[in-house]
Ligand binder design. Structure first.
Ligand code: ZN
Length: 937
């Protein structure tokens, strides 16, 4: 069982004694015989070992993992907490300060330190600032001559960055990297000397440090004795604070740790970043399979198999089975964290090794159960998988460590043999990115000044700048083929080092190579359409010559005019920050919301605007300024305005225990906007009497089926506690349960129904909208399956608002006028929407008045990405609003808070929350049948 390991002073003591035991005279380096015997016994078959990792040199100066942590890496039933892992690297830095540099890059969401560990020869480390400057020149070769670039390439070691622990259930990589770091310092063989001389290795020891601790807790408490891979409990309800496995899909870098890594990247420019994951057997090496994003440099897709084939060949030569390449994950979306490098003209690399979700050795059924019809079979021989994984196997953490470490060492060996080629490629990709941007349309993007809601522009520009993309501000009016734009407009020219990324993020995804080839994630992400910000793609080369001032950061400020007014109107032009403002004014009484636009002086006060009493001026002023909202003082016009009192609801957000990720994205949005809510789990829902505590409950998309939302984790096996105790200090965050199994069940469902009947408002999003329909909360409306060959990987499509007077569309009036957008033309009443899911809804003609928004459907309705066989979806309901009992059920077939992406849709959900008492504004009693003449009765 688990025993606290030794870090710090105790580690140093152990180091001395171990060194005394193992130090040997003579020229043959001493090997740690204890290590060799231990790892041999933990490796379940001889062919799962390699000549690269079956031995460990003894060092008199560098502490081995066992000396600091108490055991060799890969010991059965042993995982290390984050502090222990950081402690080990600190011990290495203390032992070899001339060869190890620890860079503190920031703090995680929960306040753990984020570090990068850099290791190389003493000479390279002494010279590391020159390396940093040299790599910066290759990353941005503007003003660097070919001769200078050649000189930099000749004298600069590439940085090879390796990261572990992004996905907390993938527990092996953070363990393996500690042993790798030890070898990099302690092994004096020719290979390691060459690696040290020619490469700087940098490590992210654990990318999701918060989740590491939470998972290790969970492992020791609930998983350590589980040996049946076909009936094993899942992981803890949370890894990091918010988004679970989607921390790998955080395209807009919402997560603090992702932001910090990005900033570090732009400082150091590692030409290669290699992310270590666990899933498929036994070692899958990413090689950039189709669909490839054609906006990335072709050289990238030539480099990827260069590496992966070498590694596959070497490991296969060692007799290790199951090493393969080419399949599994494609190269379409730019949103994976590891794509940071390829997005910036470097090279991403990725491994998937076979993990047990912990350190317990167990018998694994590798081939999918043929009867299930689920899962791809990775145990068959293919041209890219010459020696396939076994169908069944006894598998250990040490096996996993052997495969991963042998692969990484092979990659480092190769890098040390070709450091010049790697830097030449990096330089060439950076240089050509600028050339491509200057040589072919589009040449740039323009973000016109004067948009009604500047915060949408800020949403886009902040992310672009975080990615290192340069934005200029036009000093004068800009005339281009596409139109004339006012001074102050923002311009992204593509003849810049990260022009390729700018193009990928901003363009319409109309270049998907083949709709019959599936993709691993979304097919579309166009930032302007997602944010509902106006962005224009320019095919006019003149855009490159427009004089601009480098934009430091775009920080629109709001304003308030007319001091001493009786009332202030905060104009609703669609800003998400309106919700924040309303919550920040929670203590100000008498706030009203405008229901119909009216004029005051020369100003139009749109529907959705807040009327705030003049006495709150001092509170209001700084808020509207920082939230970039505009407020005007109004006089008697306020008396005639059609308004309703704004009452903040007591808000609950339901989450299953078994799938918290999609709720995590919503929580992130609500927290960013400072919207007040309680997170509700099955325990509270089953307890009942929900109406006593809540006015509105959101049942958001949970990334799973209707049945799973209700019944969640099956009541099989043993109880699964998620509570904080002295022993398990990292559990019980964001909710707590003595047993997370069982779901809300039918009892909970009945309580939700009672909540609605008693006057509560239930809001559902995405697939969770099937719950009230499938379980009969509403009658007559039905779900229906999509067409047979239907496929819609997150395209951006048109939505048609059919009830523009609904409070849900406050703030959208300007947009609803229609007009040209990227990817098409919007008719009056249409908005861009992210297509959320495959379920569609049938609403009978008689109840059509309950539909607030529809999908017009058909090819013309697709703005970015694609839908295969979607023609039959014409006029399907996108938002349905049904009175029920004393309350109401509002169902979004869309997902109005999709990751940190469709910012332009967030307001629809927030409007529903803020105007919960007015959602019946568009209710209509179904028309009675025509009267039958008396004579015919
Ligand atoms: Zn993973």
């Amino acid at each position: 069982m688990f025993r606290k390991s030794h870090v710090g002073a105790l580690g140093a003591l152990l180091l001395c004694s171990a060194a005394q035991i193992h130090a040997q005279a003579g020229s043959t380096p001493a090997m740690d015989s204890d290590y060799a015997a231990a790892v041999k016994s933990w490796t379940t078959k001889p062919e799962f070992m390699s000549p690269l990792v079956d031995h460990l040199p003894v060092s008199s100066t560098i502490p081995s993992p066992k000396e600091v942590l108490g055991d060799h890496i890969g010991a059965p039933n042993k995982l290390h907490y984050y502090q222990q892992i950081v402690g080990y690297y600190r011990a290495l830095a203390q032992a070899a300060p001339d060869r190890v540099k620890i860079v503190e890059i920031g703090k995680t969401e929960e306040g753990r330190e984020n570090i990068i560990v850099m290791i190389s020869s003493a000479q390279n480390m002494a010279d590391i600032e020159n390396t940093r400057l040299g790599l910066a020149k290759l990353a941005d070769p503007r003003g660097v001559s070919e001769e200078e670039a050649k000189a930099v390439i000749a004298e600069t070691p590439p940085i090879y960055h390796i990261s572990a622990g992004l996905h907390s259930a993938e527990t092996g990589p953070p363990e393996m990297l500690m042993e790798l770091a030890y070898r990099l310092l302690a092994d004096d063989s020719e290979t390691f000397q060459r690696i040290r001389d020619n490469v700087i290795v940098s490590l992210s020891p654990v990318l999701e440090a918060d989740g590491r601790d939470r998972y290790v807790d969970w492992y020791y408490r609930n998983l350590i004795d589980e040996r049946d891979d076909r009936n094993k409990p899942g992981g803890p309800p949370y890894w990091g604070k918010y988004i679970y496995h989607d921390n790998n899909r955080d395209i807009n870098l919402s997560d603090t740790s992702a932001k910090e890594l990005m900033k570090w990247y732009l400082e150091w420019h590692p030409p290669i970043m290699h992310e270590l994951h666990e899933s498929v057997p036994f070692l899958y090496i990413y090689s950039g399979m189709a669909p490839q994003n054609p906006d990335l440099d072709p050289l990238l897709f030539a480099e990827l198999p260069w590496f992966s084939n070498y590694e596959m060949a070497q490991l296969t030569k060692y007799g290790m089975p199951g090493v393969w390449t080419h399949g599994y994950v494609d190269a379409w979306t730019p949103g994976y964290l590891a794509f940071m490098s390829s997005n910036h003209n470097g090279m991403l690399r990725m491994y998937e090794t076979f993990g047990n979700g912990g350190a317990t050795t167990m018998y694994r059924h590798v081939a999918p159960d043929p009867a299930s019809g689920l899962g791809r079979d990775q145990t068959t021989r293919k041209w890219y998988r010459p020696n396939p994984p076994y169908k069944e196997v006894m598998w250990s953490l040490r096996n996993n460590t052997n495969f991963m470490e042998t692969g990484v060492l092979t990659a480092l060996d190769m890098t040390s043999r070709f450091p010049r080629e790697i830097l030449e490629n990096f330089y060439k990709k950076s240089r050509d990115a600028i050339k491509v941007g200057a040589g072919e349309a589009p040449y740039g993007f323009i973000i016109p000044a004067g948009q009604a809601d500047p915060t949408r522009v800020k949403f886009v520009t902040d992310i672009l700048q975080l990615q290192g993309i340069e934005i200029g501000q036009a000093e004068r009016e800009v005339k281009l083929k596409e139109g004339t734009y006012p001074a102050g407009s923002l311009i992204v020219k593509l003849d810049q080092p990260y022009g390729r990324l700018a193009k990928i993020l901003l363009r319409v995804q109309d270049n998907y190579p083949d709709e019959n080839v599936g993709t691993y994630d979304d097919a579309a992400w166009t930032m302007g359409l997602m944010a509902h910000a106006r962005i224009v793609e320019s095919a006019d080369k003149e855009i490159l010559s427009v004089p601009t001032r480098a934009l430091d950061s775009y920080t629109p400020r709001g304003s308030i005019t007319g001091s001493g007014a009786k009332t202030y109107a905060v104009l609703d032009t669609g800003a998400v920050g309106m919700a924040t403002l309303r919550y920040k004014l929670a203590d100000v009484g008498g706030v009203e919301i405008v229901e119909e636009a009216f004029k005051s002086g020369g100003t139009t006060i749109p529907a959705g605007s807040f009327l705030v009493p003049g006495r709150a001026y001092d509170t209001l002023k700084p808020l509207v300024e920082t939230l970039a909202l505009d407020a005007v003082g109004i006089g008697s016009a306020a008396d005639k305005a059609q308004t309703h009192a704004s009452e903040l609801p007591r808000l609950g957000v339901f989450s299953t225990w078994g799938s918290t990720q999609d709720v995590g994205w919503l929580r992130y949005g609500l927290d960013q906007q400072e919207i007040d809510y309680d997170l509700l789990f099955k325990e509270r829902v089953r307890q009942g009497n929900l109406r006593a505590d809540y006015d509105v409950i959101i049942l958001p998309q949970q990334g799973r089926s209707t049945k799973d939302i209700v019944f969640d984790i099956p009541m099989t096996g043993k109880p699964l506690p998620y509570t904080k105790t002295d022993q398990y200090r990292f559990s019980g965050d964001y909710g707590s349960s003595p047993d997370i199994r069982g779901g809300m069940g039918l009892e909970g469902l009945a309580e939700l129904k009672k909540f609605v009947d008693a006057g509560g408002t239930l809001i559902t999003t995405g697939r969770a909208s099937e719950v009230p329909i499938e379980y009969g909360f509403v009658s007559e409306i039905a779900t229906k399956a999509p067409p047979a060959n239907f496929y819609a990987p997150g395209p951006i499509v048109k939505g048609k608002v059919v009830k523009p007077q609904s409070p849900i569309f406050y703030g959208y009036a300007g947009e609803l006028k229609g007009g040209k957008v990227q990817g098409g033309e919007l008719a009056q009443g249409e908005l861009p929407l992210r297509w959320a899911q495959s379920t569609t809804y049938y609403v009978p003609e008689r109840l059509k008045a309950d539909v607030l928004m529809t999908y017009p459907g058909g090819k013309d309705s697709i703005l970015s990405g694609f839908i295969r066989d979607g023609d039959k979806l014409k006029d399907n309901a996108a938002i349905i609003n049904v009175p029920s009992g004393e309350g109401r059920i509002l169902m979004f077939a869309t997902n109005p808070v999709w990751r940190w992406q469709n910012w332009g849709e967030f307001r629809m959900l927030y409007n529903a929350v803020l105007n919960w008492k007015q959602l019946g504004a568009t209710d209509e009693t179904p028309p009675p049948p025509p009267e039958v003449p008396a004579a015919q009765q």
